[in-house]
Write a protein that binds this ligand. Structure first.
Ligand code: IPM
Ligand code: MG
Length: 370
């Protein structure tokens, strides 16, 4: 199979971890007889520095012509104070999600058995591992409602001086289509779905809940659906995560809860994601940010980037076997005790603590052996 991949490494640790992601994909391609053609493009702060825009036309053209987008991370203190539309996050990442209609963000929070020690919870709460799938709505809600600000009229005298407004908006079709993705995922798993909202306060959440209930009752009555307020869900995730299987939630709640879920699994450096459109086009990126504080030091964990590559194989190219091979290689590397600093414990021998490139090479080496 020949595939054309837009490679957008971005800022901070992005380029370091992307290098490892591609290293593993190269080994995979050779092993299974595929050809991956990479087309690298600048995105985020580095693109702003070169072109004056974090998502230049050159980059969009490369993405338009690609079979999938493999993304690293963007942002950093250097670009934080630019006008909002030129920041890496609001000028590049969000537009990419919007342009390609990447409304369905799949974030699997899985504990790799050997990492139970690195997890933030006592192991008895994680007995038998953990395997949660967070389905985060990615192109709606408060992240994309901001342009309505101008139409707001506030009662005279209620606002003095500067103010800021963010609109959290959801329409029925937006909720239905993410419900469909979550239900399809739940049907392939334990048929258990938890929808997370704040329906005791927010109108957008009340609509969310009503539409989810209707959708599931009508289309997937065999699914066991329950609802949780987001504050309670955070507590439940932190204390009893094994009660969850598939979670569906709106954009910002999904952002926050997926960071929490990653800490439960050991490290934010372990969680990949797939952002998919209705036609199956996708962008694949780790859930973590660009970590400018550790950039260039070889300390970053490349596994979320590598696992995002595995998700790309599975969801964009239909290469399930190949995707599994990468996961198996990672499992074997971890079973043999290799760690990056973020997932190491006091008991990890020094010679088993690997750098970013050391971990990428180790996964590549194990992959050839599978
Ligand atoms: C994520 C990130 C992004 C988000 C940031 C970088 C804009 O935190 O993908 O979770 O908030 O969606
Ligand atoms: Mg986030």
């Amino acid at each position: 199979m020949k595939k054309y991949i837009a490679v957008l490494a971005g800022d901070g640790i992005g380029p370091e971890i992307m290098k490892e992601g591609l290293k593993v994909l190269d080994v995979l391609a050779k092993k299974f007889g595929h050809t991956f053609e990479y087309k690298e493009a600048l995105v985020g702060g580095c693109a702003y520095d070169k072109y004056g825009h974090p998502l230049p036309d050159e980059t969009k053209t490369i993405c338009n012509n690609a079979d999938a987008i493999y993304f690293g991370a963007v942002g950093g203190p250097k670009w934080e104070n630019l006008p909002a539309e030129l920041t890496p996050e609001r000028g590049a990442l969000l537009p990419l999600r919007a342009i390609y209609g990447l409304f369905a963000n799949l974030r699997p929070a899985v504990i790799f058995g050997p990492l139970a020690d690195a997890a933030s919870l006592k192991s008895d709460r994680l007995k038998g591992g953990l395997d949660i799938l967070i389905v985060r709505e990615l192109t709606g809600g408060v992240y994309f409602g901001k342009n309505k600000v101008k139409s707001i009229t506030l009662k005279e005298g209620t606002v003095q001086g500067e103010y800021a407004v963010d609109y959290m908006i959801y329409s029925v079709p937006e909720i239905q289509r993410i419900a469909k993705v979550a239900c399809e995922a739940a049907m392939k798993r334990s048929k258990k779905l938890t929808s997370i909202d704040k329906a005791n306060i927010l109108e957008s959440s009340k609509l969310w809940r009503k539409v989810i209930v209707d959708y599931v009752q009508k289309n997937y009555p065999q699914i066991q659906l329950n609802h949780m307020y987001v504050d309670n869900a955070a507590m439940q995730l932190a204390t009893n995560p094994k009660q969850f299987d598939v979670i569906v939630t709106e954009n910002m709640f999904g952002d926050i809860l997926s960071d929490l879920a990653s800490a439960i699994t050991g490290s934010i450096g372990m969680l990949p994601s797939a952002s998919l459109s209705e036609t199956g086009f996708g962008l694949f990126e780790p859930i973590h940010g660009s970590a400018p504080d550790i950039a260039g030091q070889g300390k970053a964990n490349p596994l979320a980037q590598i696992l995002s590559g595995a998700m790309m194989l599975k969801y964009a190219f239909g290469l399930g076997k190949e995707s599994n091979a990468i996961e198996q290689a990672i499992m074997a590397v971890l079973e043999d005790g290799y760690r990056t600093g973020d997932i190491a414990s006091a008991a990890t021998p020094k010679d088993k603590i690997l750098s970013t490139s050391g971990m990428g090479s180790k996964v590549a080496e194990y992959l050839t052996k599978i």
